[in-house]
Design a protein around this ligand. Structure first.
Ligand SMILES: [Zn+2]
Ligand SMILES: [Zn+2]
Length: 354
């Protein structure tokens, strides 16, 4: 009987842990130095603008309002890009596509991706005209299509229908992948599009989610959030914006899941770096939450690793071994596999037997 109870208890613990604890990618300490993919969430106030960078190839998703065009343009210049391989206009709302015409006037672009709508506003028509005049290759966003840049790629996941009420759900949603690390960038996609993505059967898991529609309650549904299960959520919105973004419902859902929230209205431009295995962040206002800025020295990041070694004793352990709890943070080193630890000259701990 005791044994059965133990088994039930163990199972219960396992289930609780696996359903509540998010897998947090290990800290990628080098920052920019050897990053294979850098994702810049450019602070454009109330709007979106995301620059992807991999091995000197660049992708721009949105460029904020018209007035942000110059900001985005000079940001791209500072990164040393003389060409954008892909430019994505997620949907025809000015807080996303308003600044794109300025950018396309300043920087050469190879391909332009968007989803077909009946939008005929001045700003949108002028943007499409610029794309045509500059002979930029026009691509109609098709779910399932994958495009590569440098050593990264992005797959289009939405829109999955031809007709929606309002333009937000026409948002071109992309999942950007580099090695084991991925980012879900959703534009202003709302509930309808999120549900379609979930039922499409596509692999929606991502380490970082750029929350739809600036953290509005119309997006980031529980169903979608569960499928993405992000460790980090980025919300792109303006300080004291008129819409009350991000909405408290969204914040609550993210907090319940244990997702670390990063906001451009509080942190300015947020930059994520990955080597394809780990993740790290920086922000212009330098006020990242402690879970992000100190992950290097936090045991939580070590707990997410498969094996933990002690640089001093050259012994490696399972993350829950008592030998790890007492270890000085300075001496900790993490390994993805047993082989990696052995190859590095570490010996297995005799008490946890990794
Ligand atoms: Zn919108
Ligand atoms: Zn928007």
């Amino acid at each position: 009987m005791k044994r059965i109870l133990c088994a039930i208890l163990a199972l219960a613990i396992l289930l609780t842990v696996s359903s509540c604890k998010l897998y947090t990618p290990k800290q990628y300490a080098q920052g920019e130095a050897d990053a294979k993919l850098i994702v810049h969430f450019i602070d454009v106030g109330q709007g979106d603008s995301i620059l992807l960078e991999s091995d000197d190839e660049f992708v721009l998703i949105d460029a904020g309002e018209r007035g942000s065009g110059d900001t985005v343009s000079s940001y791209i210049n500072e990164r040393g890009a003389d060409e954008l391989k892909y430019v994505i206009a997620t949907h025809p709302h000015t807080d996303h596509m308003g600044g794109l015409r300025t950018v396309l006037g300043d920087i050469a672009a190879e391909n332009f991706i968007t989803a077909e709508t009946d939008c005929a506003t001045n700003t949108w028509i002028k943007l499409l005209k610029t794309v045509e005049e500059k002979k930029i290759n026009y691509i109609d966003a098709e779910p399932g299509d994958t495009y590569t840049f440098g050593s990264a790629s992005f797959t289009i996941l939405a829109p999955n229908s031809d007709k929606y009420d309002g333009y937000n759900n026409y948002s071109v949603v992309t999942k950007v992948t580099c090695g084991d690390i991925s980012f879900m960038l959703t534009g202003d996609a709302e509930k309808e599009s999120e549900y379609e993505m979930v039922s499409s059967g596509a692999d929606l898991h991502a380490d970082v989610l750029k929350c739809g529609h600036h953290g509005s309650s119309t997006s980031t549904t529980a169903k979608f959030l569960k499928a993405v299960a992000p460790s980090y959520a980025v919300i792109s919105c303006g300080k004291d914006n008129d819409y009350g973004h991000p909405h408290k419902e969204t914040m609550q859902k993210l907090n319940t899941l244990g997702t670390t929230i990063l906001r451009t209205d509080q942190m300015g431009t947020i930059v994520a770096y990955t080597d394809g295995k780990g993740l790290s962040f920086s922000a212009t206002n330098n006020n990242l939450p402690s879970e992000v800025s100190n992950t290097e020295n936090k045991s939580s990041s070590a707990l997410a690793a498969e094996y933990i070694g002690n640089k001093n004793s050259r012994v490696f352990h399972l993350p829950d071994c008592s030998g790890v709890k007492n270890m000085n943070e300075k001496n900790k080193v993490t390994f993805d596999s047993r082989e990696e630890a052995v190859e590095a000259g570490y010996h297995p701990c005799s008490s946890c037997n990794p």
